[in-house]
Design a protein. Structure first.
Length: 276
């Protein structure tokens, strides 16, 4: 079974803004990056795709986690889990990062709103930041400043995806915009549900977009710890996130009528800019 081919299929079947295990990842690392993406994408789908009720989703996530645990104990017959556990053992990766991801996906099933940005950040620390930390471990980058910067980039990417998927999440009963900020900008949940593109909601979205941009700006310090093709890959990824924010700005912070997404031309243009 070809893990990289499996990942390419997953990418085609999902909304994706950023390169995953692209040609820029050195071939030596590509299989490892692919199996990490398989784990995250498969578990996320169990939590988020289809029409299963919450109990069914949680049950499937529990089964997935049990399969992962078995693989760590050398008891799995699942090809992907065997590959994953071997990578964790060979690369001496903390299994905690993978359990954190599963914890975040479970939270998505049951938690529909967030009181303040601190709650959102805590969620991102388990839903997104572990992926960045796994990549740093794989590439033997362990400076504290690099880890802090990676966390900021990953959180910014997760927030950007929230803004991009505002309507999709609303249809699933979720709203990642902090509740205390809704009150601050005099926005109600009903306005979101009715997709009212009013000045208050635009101000709320702008506030959140600029906070994500600040995280991107602060996180770019990570780049000085990277080199070669991996550095270009991460620059390309950051550029993709920032371009989504730019599209939201250009659309006057309207996240309801047109879902911001990257075109093929955007990908090519951003890639060229990332080389220099």
């Amino acid at each position: 079974m070809n893990t990289e081919k499996n990942v390419r299929t997953l990418v085609k079947d999902h909304y994706e803004n950023f390169p995953v295990a692209s040609f820029l990842i050195p071939k030596y690392y590509r299989k490892d990056v692919s199996i990490v993406y398989w784990f995250a994408r498969t578990a996320d789908d169990l939590a988020d795709e289809g029409n299963d009720d919450p109990n069914k989703r949680l049950d499937e996530l529990n089964k997935f986690e049990n399969g992962f645990k078995k693989s760590l104990n050398g008891e799995s017959t699942n090809f992907h889990f065997i590959q994953l556990s071997k990578m964790i053992s060979d690369k001496k990766l903390p299994a905690k990062y993978f359990f954190d991801l599963l914890s975040a996906f479970r939270q998505d099933v049951v938690k529909k709103e967030y009181e303040d940005f601190n709650e959102v950040e805590i969620y991102c620390s388990r839903s997104a930041n572990p992926v960045g930390r796994i990549l740093l471990e794989l590439f033997n980058i362990n400076e504290k400043e690099a880890i802090i910067s990676s966390d900021k980039i990953c959180t910014a990417l997760q927030l950007t995806n929230f803004f991009q998927d505002t309507v999709i999440d609303l249809e699933k009963g979720r709203n990642y915009y902090p509740q205390n900020e809704l009150k601050k900008f005099e926005v109600t949940q009903k306005m979101f549900e009715l997709k009212e593109n009013n000045p208050n909601i635009k101000a709320l979205v702008k506030h959140n977009v600029e906070r994500a941009q600040s995280l991107f700006d602060e996180g770019k310090n990570l780049l000085k710890y990277l080199n070669g093709r991996f550095k270009i890959e991460i620059k390309w990824t950051i550029a993709g996130g920032e371009e989504i924010l730019n599209k939201i700005r250009k659309n006057d912070y309207d996240v309801f009528t047109k879902r911001p997404k990257l075109s093929k031309i955007d990908f090519i243009s951003l890639f060229i800019k990332s080389i220099f």
